[in-house]
Ligand binder design. Sequence first.
Ligand SMILES: [Zn+2]
Length: 740
Amino acid sequence: MDDVLALKESVLLYLDRSGGLVKLVQDCELFNGPQQSEAVYRFCVAVNPSDVMELDPMLGDRVLHDPLTATRLFRSVCFISIKTLCLIEKIHTENQVNIILKWTHLPPFPEYTLDLQVTPRHYVTARPLAMEGLVVAVTRTTKYTQGARFLCTDEDCPCSTGFHHVRLHRPGATESATVRNDFGCLVCRSPLKEDVKFRVLGDKQLVELIHVGVLDLLNVHPQSSLRFQSVTLFLREGDIEDTDTTTKREIALKCLILNMGESVEDLIKEFLVPPSVPSRNAVQLVAPLADELCHSMRLGHLYRVLGVPAHVHQWPSVTWSVEANSVRPWEPVYPHQVSEDIQALLKATVCSPWRFPGLLAHSFGCDVVPPGRYNTLKLALLLSLVQTAPDTDDTAHSLDLLALAADTLLIERLMAYSLSLAVRGVRHQLQGELFASLSRDEHGAAAANIHAGSALLASGGVCMLGDLGAYRKDKLDAIQSVLESRAVGVFVPGRKYGEEADQQLSFPVQCSFWALADATEGLLRKAGARGDSVLLGTVEMGPKPSQLAGSFGLLVRCADPVGGEGALAQTTHTLRQALGPACQPLYPASIQVPFQDYKEFLAHARLLRVELSSGAEKMIHGYYMASRRVRSDQNHGAKVSVGSVKLLITLAEAHCKLCLRTTVQEEDALLAVLLCENSIILRHGASVLVIPPDAAFPCDLGGDEEALSRREGLLGDLQQDLLRFIYAYAPGADSYITEE
Ligand SMILES: [Zn+2]
């Protein structure tokens, strides 16, 4: 008994020191509305385990290893405080206080970490653990009972009135554990009956979390025998129903003004500061509302979760799930370093801004194709790779690619190779779901469970679609619509999933798509001409092919030199590779960058923050204006879409990152324009801006100094051509382009 008293003293001391008491006073104000009378009053208490441990190790032990007891201690102290300070008039018994302990963090030791990869999951006592993982499915929010008041049916019993029997939700408990009709009175054993008008509801959402290692599995062909098991998280939150955030903030604001007696204007000013801006009061003000867990996790994103594992008994089976306590976005740290070899190469190529990325593209993927083959595609793949960003960053631009080639198998291999260099690469399998699928939730929530498909799982990375020729027409339509809107729409039929009305949900898509198509079939041919496309069955689809191709940002034609030289080089390459490493190295070491070096180099380039120089901006703007003017006619209007400005900027920025610079130069912009113009020519035919079919690589590189200089000379000429083109066709261009 003395122990308990000492522990309660420590709780009070901790609440006082940590500001918990002040917060309690504020929270209580929310419940003192004129008509509010509740069965249960819910409070979230932030607990910093290190501080508690320092204050009282016994209490610290309870907080970390026996949270139910710790919660009881906090509940008792909070109830006494509420009664002593007369914070809530209508509260009667301690039973009505529902305390949710929110751990600020957990000790960084393996005992407090749950590895989602480890199975089977043994019985562990209900204590908080930290886990990290990827969200693969979420449900819609549904209601759960936070607390309910029960009355004794025997009228002479003291429990027939008042708040003696109040049942609260416990982590891991099912709905029937809180509300049922066969409870008995603890005093007289008569049956209990729920007082329905006092039932307190809250929102809950179920989320499937899986070990991040599953991403390696999605990257390769699914020949692996590895299996991953996801964990169900329960996200639950407070009971302020039918009040949106603004009203809640208003209520909180009112109480603060009452309590603090500060100048109202100052408070309002500080209150309106967004929570991310550190401000003395903003932190405190937002804190009472910060326990909202529902909708805090997005499909395909990574999170670090503190939660309490629990076994849920659902006759006849027992399931294992986790009650989330706090959720934070998580981004693993990837090794990113520029190896000495690459640094040396960078140093040796400073003479021209085009040389380093040119050489990279030349030698890239020499495990799959001989150096020098498909340079433009390889450059485009590298550019797309540096433009993927961690999934916490919403500002990054994606770079979608469609490659047209005669040898689709080779291009598919090259793409698969590049995919393994992406921060996150998901290779879509035809039999799998590309966007999202629905199932019925299996945990008794009776809500629709939305599963992420390949595109959503690739958030912040690349989703490789493979050969478009293998897709059905309706899938191609869906791909086009997602590429254009950058969002996945999910229709939830209400009747099927126990909801009142049908729902249309939308999930943002944050990945780059890579696809390829057979160029020998007339993908880009207009309807009517030879309507025999394997990919698109032109007769059926009409002008669709051009539209689908157009919805990919960048079209790249992978041409082979006439006369079968490419095929010969490929055959030699494959045969020499088949002889294995015993044979002498295939190519000079200078152009064979090891895979890991490439990966780290790209990770480094990806993290760079770049900005446009005014010269680059003017060139992009001028080209856009001029080509829009050149390519418009009376029948169709402008053929160059507004989206191409974004594409041009994305390409120029990527080229700049690939050179490890932070300011986008005119030379970067030129490369962007050449890639973009080649892509537009494939769709709409040539214009007055005459450029070679592979404008980024106008001549064979061959790897020697002379060829590199020749390429740079040709690119220089193209830059002059481009400036002349802008000068001639972009109105007002002369005011911002200085002709050389
Ligand atoms: Zn009774």
